[in-house]
Design a protein around this ligand. Structure first.
Ligand SMILES: [Zn+2]
Length: 99
């Protein structure tokens, strides 16, 4: 799914080109061919949102006492090797322990 914030994106699709302008949201089905290009004069600012087929990519967010808010966290094996810890990716502070 693409959200066009500014500029104009031309998506080449199997059914021909589709233009998306600022404020437009375009969704492509999984596996559907598309290629977005900027044919305009202006810079394009767009958000691309996708979900992986496999659930291997996790976005883990936890409250970090150091950063004072929810931050992206990495999951690592604890130093003693027995459990797992979550670590703030912004500052490196440990935010949780799991056995
Ligand atoms: Zn932090």
């Amino acid at each position: 799914m693409f959200y066009v914030q500014s500029g104009t994106v031309t998506f080449e699709t199997e059914d021909g080109p589709v233009e998306a302008n600022a404020g437009d949201v375009v969704r492509f089905a999984p596996g559907e061919y598309q290629r977005g290009v900027n044919r305009g004069e202006d810079r394009v600012v767009a958000l691309a949102l996708g979900a992986p087929k496999e659930s291997g990519d996790l976005d883990v967010r936890r409250v970090c006492p150091e950063c004072d808010g929810r931050t992206p966290n990495a999951i690592r094996r604890a130093d003693d090797g027995a459990g797992l810890v979550t670590v703030c990716e912004d500052c490196g502070v440990e935010t949780g322990q799991f056995e």
